[in-house]
Design a protein around this ligand. Structure first.
Ligand code: 5BU
Length: 279
């Protein structure tokens, strides 16, 4: 059986058991992009402006909705309209980390009602597998998908070794809801090549990878950057996540610069994917 990294996004989409993962892989194939743009700005207008500018070039827009000072439900309605118009998914990078009952409420309720608009969200396994039961009770009926934080990009982070392995094992016990991992490499591959789980039978995880930059190696606050080629071809990850490399920090670059950087990262990510298929 070939490794996941030798299959195309289209081939993987055709067989994927989780609808939202299938949708993401289909978008990558259709738009020829494995770029997820992280829009970490604090105003509604800024978030919508950047999502509108970046939308044509990305498969996913990642938000931190709790940093937006003037959040309202109209923001998420407008963001959903942009997702439909430009054919991308919305990922709220909420990093849930509490017991099942609490995350169930945090995911469904409060001001943000994340499950009502975010196709994808993510969680730490620190509280144990109850967090997956709690989140799935809300997200699964709505057709949402979850990424487990098997690894992180920042220097000195503690998501390593046995903790990473436990994330992969937990994901395998929740095959209808856990669509993949935030990770720096193909964390699921070792088990697969060891023959533990047959590839293609619910074992196709989407690996989404932050810490991607072409011009910088770090930010002085622990972030560590690698290039799209290192991430997609070198480490076998599926989607590059780029924030400041595209929107530029602060309130965000002007639209022309955002479009220019999106095209640059889209091209680099896609070339790395094509090179990986040829390896
Ligand atoms: P940057 O501007 O490209 O450094 O932004 C990276 C984004 O990805 C930012 O929203 C982080 O919260 C997010 N991130 C990360 O950088 N590293 C991680 O391990 C995880 C998320 Br999980």
């Amino acid at each position: 059986m070939p490794s996941i990294t030798t299959r195309t996004y289209a081939e993987r989409a055709a067989k994927h058991p989780i609808p939202v993962a299938k949708q993401l892989l289909d978008i990558c194939d259709r738009k020829k992009t494995n770029l997820c743009v992280s829009v970490d700005v604090t105003s509604k207008a800024g978030l919508l402006r950047i999502a509108e500018a970046a939308g044509p070039y990305c498969c996913c827009i990642k938000t931190h909705i709790d940093i937006v000072e003037d959040f309202d439900q109209d923001l998420v309605q407008q963001l959903q309209a942009l997702a439909d118009k430009h054919d991308f998914l919305i990922w709220e990078d909420r990093k849930f980390a509490d017991i099942g009952n609490t995350v169930r409420l945090q995911y469904s309720s409060g001001i943000y009602k994340i499950a009502s608009w975010a196709h994808i969200t993510n969680a730490h396994l620190v509280p144990g597998e109850g967090i997956l039961t709690g989140l799935a009770s809300v997200g699964q009926p709505l057709g949402r998908g979850l990424l487990l934080l098997a690894e992180m990009s920042a220097k000195g982070n503690l998501a390593t070794g046995e903790y990473t392995t436990k994330n992969v094992e937990a994901a395998r016990r929740h095959p209808e809801f856990v669509m993949g991992f935030v990770a720096m490499r193909r964390v699921d591959e070792r088990e697969e090549t060891a023959g533990g789980v047959a590839p293609g039978e619910g074992a196709d995880y989407v690996i989404m990878t932050p810490g991607v930059g072409l011009d910088s190696k770090g930010d002085g606050m622990g972030q560590q950057y690698r290039t799209p080629d290192e991430v997609i071809r070198g480490s076998g990850c599926d989607v590059i996540i780029v924030g400041r490399g595209i929107y530029g920090g602060g309130d965000g670059n002007p639209n022309e610069e955002i479009v220019k950087q999106c095209k640059r990262y889209q091209e680099a990510g896609w070339k790395a994917y094509e090179d990986r298929l040829r390896q």
